[in-house]
Design a protein around this ligand. Sequence first.
Ligand SMILES: NC(=O)c1ccc[n+]([C@@H]2O[C@H](COP(=O)([O-])OP(=O)(O)OC[C@H]3O[C@@H](n4cnc5c(N)ncnc54)[C@H](OP(=O)(O)O)[C@@H]3O)[C@@H](O)[C@H]2O)c1
Length: 224
Amino acid sequence: MIVYLGARDAERGRAAARDLNARAGADVRFVRLDVTEEAQIAAAVRRVDEECGRLDVLVNNAGVVVEWGVPVQEVTTEQLRRVFDVNVFGAAAMTRACVPLLRRSTAGQVVNLSSPLGSLSLLSDPDDPVSTRGLLAYSSSKAALNAITVLYANALRDDSICVNAANPGLVATDLNAPSQFGRGVRTAEQGAEVPVALALMGADGPTGAFCGDNDSSVDATVPW
Ligand SMILES: NC(=O)c1ccc[n+]([C@@H]2O[C@H](COP(=O)([O-])OP(=O)(O)OC[C@H]3O[C@@H](n4cnc5c(N)ncnc54)[C@H](OP(=O)(O)O)[C@@H]3O)[C@@H](O)[C@H]2O)c1
């Protein structure tokens, strides 16, 4: 596959693409992309259209947490907006912009990076550690992303485009470096296994599902 690697910072994005291209057979192309900027989304989609004429897979990976250590009742509207801007509006804007190109694929796939922290079932289960995390903006943004996943899955089923949410497991990344609950234990490579498995599914793969667990099993599902 030709992979377009979206990043806000051109220097870091180019360096990441260079590292990946050092692997045999890789064709990774950096594209400047802030998912909160409609003009950058449009430019990225135009470039994929011009160079490839279609898109087989969209991975909505961009995500932020801004409220580590902030009690639920103290999270501000501004913090909610910052998180929803990226985690919800960014993913929806990217999907909307990419649908015309995904329709030209024989088996289009949209993979939304979600989290058990967005599961209403787990948040409302007092025996599950998820219910104690209290990340108001992040959890509610991932719950909204889950709803968006199911709505797009329903809307695009007849176009043979599958839309799924992926749980990468607890991965040690920049995202949870400031976490008071401890960092993830998985590597980025392990965290990528479920999203990549979904990305490579054919048209007969799942749609409207929330897949993945800490063993990288794409067959395991997270309750909504
Ligand atoms: N780590 C976990 O345990 C875990 C668990 C469940 C789900 N997830 C989800 O997995 C996804 C990846 O997270 P991660 O753990 O790899 O965190 P990360 O290392 O912080 O990566 C998040 C990425 O999102 C990018 N980003 C933030 N705002 C953006 C914007 N406006 N436009 C474009 N890109 C933007 C960041 O770019 P910059 O480098 O420019 O900031 C960063 O590369 C997220 O959606 C996260 O919610 C992670």
